[in-house]
Design a protein around this ligand. Structure first.
Ligand code: BDP
Length: 695
């Protein structure tokens, strides 16, 4: 039990009655057609059923009671003859699973218009069995809510992974294209099982080399393994590639030679990879080159690439995570300031990819003000699975509640109910090019994600990209049942750990709207005192602004006025300290240490309370986990137990370091009912982590 199988564990159904029911309901498989996609579906259903039902389910040519009929109208005359009306709704990736009577026999049809849809249907059906659902009267129609559901690997060609905490890159560039690691296929299966249909193989801090023939050949090898699983490959495009690998003098997007270079490059890429997905671009941000180097704007840069890809139906995902040049008065405002004026100026095959919050994947951020502000531009969500700011490789943090908080937030762009989810699923502004991406947390660790529970975040991303209306609880439920067990006690305990974990972490790291107070550069551990970075907005002191009067970043009209970037409804709610939700308080207000919180405590006392609540919650997680020792295999039990011990230590460290530091401003004691710090502030300040992972 090393976690390698992820949630695709096809062990014998351990509930006898259910097993009998399933065995009676599924007696044979009919799947015709031999396209790579259908072959993948066939292999999966055979492997899955023989494991779950503990016997080989025969392939059939005819119907019997219990036939599982799988396919598309094109691949199967039987499916075609069913004339399923629901296939008019399932588009090119959705599927239906239906219980039917055919020639007096009960059958189940898994049908779709495309091979990819069939594969998704097969995985969904297996999930029903894995999670012990009834399969008597199935009438399921499922269609993804966004079109591009993508992992962003921040993987370098030397196999290091930026902000990676699960070992090295799984792309073994050196051995590709000839050596095909079996992991590639398992990676594709895992992604297909949760509906992910695209993968950006390379880091946003890009290396132009990946666009040279030597590497394109390797990329093509990966693409051909992923293709049957409905997964397209994408690459990051380094804006200065025409200079670096093309020998041109400039990368100016308005220069004809540069435009032609990208057109030729696109043509070449599509010769290697006919279904290449397109480019992800980080430009003019953190030292990456971009159109602004030539006095051009983001739209001019993105459009040049979009024009090169358009003949092949490729897309450009242009990131809005930008900040460069002078330190701004408030970094919060930069993306909006640069992109909002460009609304309507992008080609139809460009999406602007926006991080969930305005700063940078902090434990809790308000939603990014660009959501809802660019109605003429398809905006794509960017979440981060790799836990750069969320305890990295050692903290158990289930991210779905954090994702949901943003997706469900109301932008009021077109009145009440204009949620971020409806911006990105295209419904609000009528876009059909839609997407959700997340920075991958995958590496060469045997269990893929370093922390076993990191798998749940990968899982959650896929499920939410497919259907953002799913609840965090439902997704956790599915994942635990598939990963551990359907045993109710175990299920509820693990779910309760997962569902409390995000709030716990916010409390022991950055309660009440604190943000960006972690260690410099490696981002490991607390360092709210840090003020020595070369840019002011890399310093925690820039963000928390603690002083003798209080703490927090005033982003109201009396401060940086970043709140003006939101719609009036949202702005008003955040602007007024009495209506600003306390979890966002210090994001928007500089608040007196003595300010009375809703609990009746002062801000300082509330901060002490919250930090302690965070630690308490981690200890509760430890206790709950310890209680499951007998019900979980030793290997995974010990793995998580040891990591929870680290998490507890780190939670205490965060609490004590932050409270001691903020106390130098509040000048008030940490109330006696709480554990007092074991060390001095000087001790915490002296800790150094030159080899922290993932930089
Ligand atoms: C920050 C990371 C940095 C990334 C950057 C990005 O610290 O390593 O390159 O985001 O998203 O969170 O481009």
């Amino acid at each position: 039990e090393d976690g390698y199988q992820l949630w695709l564990r096809y062990y014998l159904i351990d509930n006898k009655n259910l097993l009998e029911q399933y065995r009676a309901a599924i007696t044979g498989i009919q799947i015709n057609g031999n396209t790579p996609g259908l072959e993948a579906a066939k292999e999966e259903i055979i492997t899955g059923l023989s494991g779950l039902l503990g016997k080989k389910i025969p392939l059939q040519k005819e119907f019997t009671t219990g036939t599982l009929l799988i396919g598309t109208p094109a691949s199967s005359n039987q499916i075609k003859s069913l004339s399923l009306p629901q296939l008019q709704k399932t588009g090119d990736e959705g599927f239906s699973i239906t219980t039917l009577k055919r020639n007096g026999k009960n059958i189940i049809a898994i049908a779709a218009n495309t091979d990819a849809g069939v594969l998704y249907g097969v995985f969904h059906f297996l999930r029903l069995l894995q999670t012990h659902q009834g399969i008597q009267n199935l009438s399921i129609v499922s269609v993804p809510k966004v079109r591009n559901r993508i992992l962003n690997h921040w993987d370098n060609l030397d196999r290091t992974v930026e902000r990676g905490y699960a070992g090295f890159s799984i792309w073994d560039w050196h051995k590709l294209p000839d050596y095909i690691d079996p992991r590639y296929k398992d990676y594709a299966r895992a992604n297909a099982s949760i509906g992910i249909n695209g993968t950006v193989l390379t880091n946003v801090n890009a290396n132009a080399l990946v666009l040279t023939p030597q590497y394109l050949e390797k990329v093509a090898a990966l693409a051909s393994i992923f293709r049957p699983y409905g997964i397209k490959v994408y690459l990051t495009a380094r804006f200065s590639a025409p200079v670096e690998i093309g020998g041109l003098k400039t990368a100016d997007p308005l220069d004809h030679q540069v435009q032609q270079w990208w057109k030729d490059k696109a043509k070449e890429i599509y010769q290697y990879i006919p279904d290449f997905g397109g480019f992800l671009v980080k430009a003019n941000s953190e030292g990456q080159p971009g159109p602004q180097n030539y006095g051009r704007n983001h739209a001019e840069g993105a459009n040049m690439l979009a024009d090169a890809l358009a003949p092949y139906k490729g897309i450009v995902m242009w990131r809005a995570f930008v900040y460069s040049g002078e330190t701004p008065e408030d970094r919060f405002k930069q993306a909006y300031s640069e992109f909002k004026p460009l609304d309507g100026k992008f080609r139809p095959n460009v999406m602007v990819q926006v991080k969930n919050g305005p700063i940078d994947f902090q434990p809790r951020e308000p939603f990014h003000p660009l959501f809802g502000a660019m109605p003429q531009t398809p905006l794509m969500m960017e979440f981060q699975l790799t836990q750069e700011y969320l305890g990295q490789g050692t903290n158990l943090v289930y991210e779905a509640p954090m994702f949901k908080e943003v997706l469900d937030a109301d932008t009021y762009a077109k009145g009440k109910g204009s949620t971020v989810a409806n911006v990105i699923d295209g419904r609000l502004d009528g876009h059909t090019l839609t997407g959700m991406a997340a920075v991958s947390n995958i590496g060469t660790d045997r269990n893929w994600t370093g922390h076993l529970f990191g798998q749940a975040n990968w899982y959650a991303l896929g499920r939410l990209a497919w259907d953002h209306t799913l609840t965090s609880e439902k997704i956790a439920d599915e994942w635990v049942r598939q990963t551990f067990s359907n045993n109710t006690t175990l299920l509820n305990s693990i779910k309760s750990i997962m569902l409390s974990s995000h709030e716990a972490m916010v409390n022991y790291m950055t309660p009440l709207g604190l943000h960006h107070i972690m260690g410099y550069s490696h981002h490991y551990g607390p360092a709210p005192w840090w003020d020595k970075a070369p840019r002011a907005d890399w310093n925690p002191v820039y963000f928390h602004k603690a002083d003798s009067l209080g703490i927090g970043f005033d982003r109201t009209s009396k401060g940086s006025n970043a709140l003006a970037q939101y719609t009036p409804e949202v702005r008003k709610r955040f602007e007024d300290i009495s209506t600003c939700p306390e979890e966002y308080l210090l994001w928007f207000h500089h608040v007196s240490w003595k300010y009375k919180m809703k609990s009746g405590r002062t801000l300082w006392e509330e901060m002490c309370y919250k930090y302690n609540e965070g630690v308490k919650a981690v200890r509760a997680m430890q206790a709950q986990w310890a209680g499951m020792e007998k019900a979980i295999d030793k290997e995974r039990f010990e793995h998580v137990k040891m990591l929870l011990n680290i998490q507890e230590k780190e939670a205490v460290w965060w609490r004590d370091a932050c409270l001691l530091y903020f106390q130098t401003f509040s000048k008030m004691p940490i109330p006696a009912q709480y554990e007092q710090p074991a060390h001095t502030l000087e001790y915490y300040e002296s800790l150094k982590f030159p080899n922290a992972p993932g930089i």
